[in-house]
Design a protein around this ligand. Structure first.
Ligand SMILES: [Ca+2]
Ligand SMILES: [Ca+2]
Ligand SMILES: [Ca+2]
Ligand SMILES: [Ca+2]
Length: 265
């Protein structure tokens, strides 16, 4: 009995190791292996205002417009990247890689998320519980006012694994609790996932999100040297458990005073 148990234990341990390695090496929605991303704190950047935490990510100009189809094509490899892995002390934290690009029409952001257990329920736009699904967030303070107010120009896009969005923006009073989900973005987005949703009996691979925000939506005319206040976040649902984390440590996330900077090059 114990020998059988030992063989079974060894088999399960080997299987777990193999799956862990597969997860680590998952090349995402692009069909090829790639090198890991890099942290994006630019030490050579000019001093930022007190409200800016000093985190910076360079956003390079796209050689051509990516197809917003949830697949990270070759041209994204020109982007500087940011790792935003789940910091929670769990056995298999989600591994998240973020890319940004821009052209004259859009700001592009993509997320590549390795997630062993895919969870998603909300198919209704602006559903209040969408953040409880596996999902990503992009939070923008376009004018870099860097205040604790969530004002009319401040926008957050939540996009879940099912490809649904909760998009909302601040109000003149700046109260976080009054963020206006009735506002509807014209951004383009798409999601592809690999695995089985809401089924914990197997091991999933993850999902990819592509988002294209029209410059007209955030009131900016893009040019090299342009800076935006930005935060990136992600949420991992794992059965009854759920983790939310972000790049800048903003609490609540709708707190532009601690956002980092996206610098167009
Ligand atoms: Ca694409
Ligand atoms: Ca998950
Ligand atoms: Ca909305
Ligand atoms: Ca599954």
């Amino acid at each position: 009995m114990s020998a059988i148990f030992t063989r079974k234990t060894l088999f399960l341990a080997s299987l777990a190791t193999l799956l862990a390695v597969c997860t680590l090496l998952w090349p995402g929605c692009q069909g090829k292996t790639e090198s890991p991303g890099q942290a994006a704190v630019d030490q050579s950047a000019p001093a930022l205002s007190a409200g800016q935490a000093g985190k910076m990510l360079v956003c390079r100009k796209a050689s051509e417009a990516p197809a917003v189809d949830g697949r990270i094509e070759e041209l994204w490899q020109a982007a500087d990247t940011l790792r935003l892995d789940d910091p929670a002390d769990v056995s298999d934290p989600n591994q998240v890689k973020i890319y940004t690009l821009w052209d004259n029409n859009y700001l592009y952001v993509s997320y590549e998320v390795a997630d062993r257990y895919l969870v998603g329920f909300q198919t209704e736009r602006d559903h209040k519980a969408l953040y409880k699904d596996d999902m990503i967030e992009v939070l923008l303070d376009p004018r870099r006012e860097a205040t604790d107010l969530w004002l009319e120009d401040d926008i957050v896009y939540h996009i879940n694994v099912l490809g649904q969005v909760k998009d909302d923006r601040g109000t003149p009073g700046g109260e976080v609790a009054k963020s206006d989900a009735g506002w509807q973005s014209a951004a383009l987005f798409a999601v592809q996932y690999e695995g089985t949703l809401n089924d914990s009996t197997d091991q999933d691979r993850g999902y990819c999100v592509e988002l294209a925000v029209p410059w007209s939506e955030i009131g900016l005319s893009p040019a090299a040297g342009q800076k935006l206040g930005i935060d990136f976040a992600s949420g991992d649902a794992e059965g009854a458990q759920e983790h939310l984390w972000d790049w800048c440590g903003a609490r609540p996330f709708r707190q532009p005073s601690v956002y980092g900077t996206l610098l167009l090059e």
